[in-house]
Design a protein around this ligand. Sequence first.
Ligand code: NAP
Length: 285
Amino acid sequence: MALTSTDVRTVALPSGEAVPALGQGTWGMGEDRRARANEIAALRLGLDLGMTLIDTAEMYGGGGAEQVVGEAIAGRRDEVFLVSKVLPQNATRRGTIAACEQSLKRLNTDRMELYLLHWRQSVPLEETLEGFTALMRAGKIRRWGVSNFDVDDMEELLALAGGDGVATNQVMYNLKRRGIEYALLPWSRKRHIPIMAYSPLDQGGSLLRSQELRLVADRHGATPAQMALAWTIRQEGVFAIPKAGREAHVRENQAALNLKLSAQDLAELDRAFPPPAKKKPLEST
Ligand code: NAP
């Protein structure tokens, strides 16, 4: 399949800002020094190909992933839409500010485009929101969002003063994990809050070995991974952030942007991976 760096599909944030629909994940990076050069090269290639949204977290590699990202974006900071996350146990007002400052140091930058609460725990959301607000005022983050929030969490958040400033909700979503289609996805779409799909390749698991997925992909001369990504971002308001530690995978993933799914493709994939018939608990890693 032909590769072009001009195929940049975007998703609109609630502010109206357009951000590339296909980004790059980093979970698992920064854990093994021998992999570091490949990881940096992979992220840089992704930037070259327009996958300029990079998702990381203070959790990944105990800060190691943020350091890899810091090296990868050195000299190219302005091209990048940088996303990182605060751990829930750090998400008090002061803890959020301190965690962000540590992340910025590891990322070797003075700001991030988006800062997320990684998942919800016992710290009241108001406190985390206060931390986010202080960070925005200081110019350290441009906006904030959440991760692993289901509809009830989102409703609680939106009821808080300033809660409607949420820019995205990052959740698990792929062909095998379609639970959000029942409630969270339509709820979010109605409110123009984009969903950022994590583990869109099923973490390199059994989805990519599915015969049904392969049949649909073959029809397009594509790989199962490309079809899985094209399926995830087929709809408005959904990002996907596949992680690829090798350049070959980055090239392959970027080319998913060239795929157009037909009604027949979608019907066959629905038969193999049925959409949810009822509300299910939100899935997570
Ligand atoms: P994923 O992106 O679904 O899968 C990553 C795995 O797929 C890696 O082993 C990778 O291998 C492999 N891969 C990549 N491209 C491939 C291709 N074209 N063909 C075959 N295999 C391919 O899983 P993920 O890392 O869980 O999710 C993506 C990102 O979402 C994470 O990295 C992280 O940034 C974020 N995330 C967030 C949360 C949260 O709670 N908010 C949870 C999980 C993940 P190589 O690395 O060897 O290329």
